[in-house]
Structures are given as C-alpha cells and as structure tokens.
Design a protein around this ligand. Structure first.
Ligand SMILES: *Cc1c(COP(=O)(O)O)cnc(C)c1O
Length: 397
C-alpha cells in the first residue's frame, strides 16, 4: 500500500487495524446486535429544550434530521472516513450528488475549473454544461501532461481528477499533482471509485477531497445507488455548512445499511476482481482481433499509487469486428451501464457518447468508437474468457 510505513491503519478509538480487519470487526450495537440498526426516522426528538439548544449550538452530535444526519448513515460515513484516512465523510444519494456537492463547495461564478480528459461522462456533462450556466469556466487537460497542468494551474481554482479514469483507465500522478496544486493554492478532488480506498488512498498523497460512486464496488451487489465524499475537516465543513443542506441529496438509512454490509466483503471481492480482471486483460492482449487493451497494468507510466487493480477496463477492437454483433454474441456478460457489482458487463463507448441532451458534448469526449468497456464480475474467469473468445470469433464480417 502507498505510504504504508506512516499509515496507522483504520482506527476505532485508540485501536487501529488493517482495512480488512477493520471492515469486519464491527462494534456491538443496541442489544448486542452485530449489524447496525436501521433508523428509519426522518427526525430525532430531544429529551429537553436544553438538549435541543445544545444540538443547535453544535455542542453535541446527536442526530437531528435525516437530510442532515442519521445514525445508520453515520456508521457508513465513519467507515469510509477511516478507510480513506480522512477526518470525516458525508454520504449522498448518488455518486453524482457527491461529485456536484464537492465541486460546488469549492467554486463560485468567475472561477476556473481544470479537469482531466475522459472523466466519468456525467461528471463531464456537469462541468461542460451545468457549470457553464453559472459562469464557471472549465478547461480540460491530458492528466499525464505535467507541463501543461503546471501552466494551467496558474489560473485555476479547482483541479478535478479521476485516476484511473473509468473509460480509458488513464492514471494521473496524484502525489506530484497534489504538490503542484498546493504551490498554486488550487484545491484538488479525485474520483477514487475505480481503485477503492483499498488500492489507493489519495488523501495520503496530498489530494484534498476524495469522491466515490458507492454504487459500484463499495456496494458490490448492484442494488444501491449512492455516493460519498471524504476529506479533511475544513472541506467537509464547507460542504456541510454551505452546500449539502440546500441541495439535499443525503443518503437514506436503508441504502447506508446495504453499503455497510457490502463493505464487509470488499477486500475479498476486490482480490477476485483484481485476479480475474488481469487474467482476461492478458488473454485479450494476445488476441488477434484486439488492437489494444486499456488497463493500468499495461500503461507506459507505472502505477505509482495503485496497490491493486479492479476489473474495469476497456479494449480497442480491430476494424474487422462488428461491435454490435460482438456484444449480442456474449452469453454471460450483460449489456449495461455501471459496474462494480457481482455480474460481468459490457458496454461500447459509442453507446455512451451518442446520448442526447442539452449537456452532452459527445463530439469532443475523445473516446474512440472502437473502444469497448468490460467489467469482470465474480463468475468463473475461465468461463468468462470462453464467452469472450466465442463472441469475438463470431463477430467478424
Ligand atoms: C458511476 C460513476 C459515477 C457516478 O456515480 P452514481 O452513483 O451513478 O451517481 C462517478 N464516477 C465514476 C467513475 C463512476 O463510474
């Protein structure tokens, strides 16, 4: 793990553990329950007027109202804060709510945002379209071009990163960028959904704010849409005081409970995804109908901050292959958006880029129409490879 030597681990009180043990070794809840209660309550009442005033003054951390705080959601938030080695976390009803809250807590009209190429498509549309409405200028840059970044940071308020990004799996040197950004007084946000906090800890590398789509690996079961922001206290306070109460995209207690359950098996699932993903990526690399495999294991720059890989990657198909035929020929892989659950998925870049909508700027998203993205699920990897191999053989013109 990056910076392992000065990493105390995930702590509860003064006891610190490895991430694996921390995620399983839960506290005793009410009546000795090993799983947290679901507080399905919109509001929390006070024992006395004095208690209520103390809460409003911020003297106690008793729950108040579930748009702001809920004890079941807090269990998930505390786990994420420890896993990412941040001070605090705020959980949201989606990854996009986490992303938009984090971004809007940093910038205002007239500011400039710098963003790496090939970010998650809805983050791209949010920056390209939505932010423009509020006179926030957004510029894009190749995340590996340190010279260009260094120049552009001079006029930037916020640098938005996603490493590796979720279509081309391009990495940014987070430690070097965090250092540069600090020198220019620029706030950094990184989307860490691909690696999870198990395989990359951006806050330890100097990044200011981490965002996740918890709908992916953190949930792990394709049954929840959620997001989370983790950061140092200062950034969390900015979101909590100025943004999240008004946008109101808080996570619900039921969804938080599912996420806490998902987290217990995250280390096990990631190990499986890492191995199966590499097995299939290596097999694709040798295939005559595949021109390139986009996986951090094969990138030119080594992976300085990744201690493992997930199983989301893409590859470019040769011109001989009919992409629609290939997708329809797969029998185990499902055609669909998203990833990070138990099931294997396929989606061609063309399908995403061709979407309609005011905020779509597909023309310059910059991902080739020959790119197909795979998510390798928990099925037997040999069977998954046989499925891909037969679909490729049957998809040539
Ligand atoms: C899915 C995804 C998001 C958005 O998360 P939602 O939970 O769908 O809102 C953000 N970033 C990445 C990399 C994603 O894959």
């Amino acid at each position: 793990m990056a910076n392992k030597q000065d990493d105390a681990g995930a702590c509860k009180g003064d006891q610190c553990f490895s991430d694996e043990t921390f995620l399983v070794h839960d506290q005793r809840y009410d009546k000795g329950a090993v799983s947290p209660p679901i507080y399905q309550s919109s509001l929390f009442s006070f024992a006395s007027y004095e208690h209520m005033l103390a809460r409003f003054r911020g003297d106690t951390d008793e729950a108040l109202y579930s748009r702001v705080d809920n004890p079941t959601v807090a269990v998930f938030e505390q786990k994420m804060a420890q896993l990412e080695r941040g001070d605090e976390a705020i959980a949201f009803g989606s990854g996009m709510a986490a992303i938009s809250n984090a971004i809007l807590s940093v910038v205002q009209a007239g500011d400039q945002i710098l963003c790496i190429d090939h970010v998650y498509p809805d983050a791209y549309r949010f920056l390209r379209g939505f932010c423009k409405r509020f006179s926030i200028e957004v510029k894009f840059v190749d995340g590996s071009d340190i010279a260009a970044i260094s120049e552009m940071l001079k006029t930037t308020k916020l640098f938005y990163l996603e490493s590796p990004n979720s279509w081309m799996m391009e990495q940014q040197d987070l430690a070097a960028i965090a250092k540069l950004a600090k020198a220019h007084n620029v706030t950094t946000i990184v989307d860490n959904s691909w690696a999870t906090p198990l395989y990359q800890k951006p806050l330890e590398l100097g990044i200011d704010i981490v965002v996740h789509s918890a709908s992916k690996y953190l949930s792990g079961h394709s049954d929840t849409v959620a997001g989370v922001v983790v950061a140092k206290q200062f950034y969390i306070d900015q979101i909590r005081q100025n943004i999240s109460p008004f946008l109101g995209g808080k996570l619900s207690a039921n969804e938080a409970w599912l996420l806490t359950r998902g987290l217990r098996t995250l280390p096990l699932r990631m190990e499986r995804h890492h191995n199966s993903g590499l097995q299939i990526a290596n097999a694709l690399k040798e295939h005559s109908l595949v021109s390139q495999v986009h996986h951090p294991a094969f990138s030119q720059e080594s992976a300085p901050s990744l201690s493992g890989f997930g199983s989301l990657f893409s590859f470019s198909l040769s011109e001989q292959v009919d992409i629609a035929k290939f997708c329809d020929g797969l029998t185990i892989f499902r055609l669909g958006v998203s990833w990070g659950g138990y099931e294997s998925l396929v989606i061609p870049a063309q399908a995403v880029v061709d979407q309609a909508g005011e905020f779509n700027s597909a023309k310059d998203f910059g991902v080739s129409a020959r790119v197909v993205r795979l998510f390798i699920g928990l099925e037997n990897p040999d069977e998954l490879w046989r499925d891909i191999a037969q679909a490729l053989e049957n998809a040539t013109e």
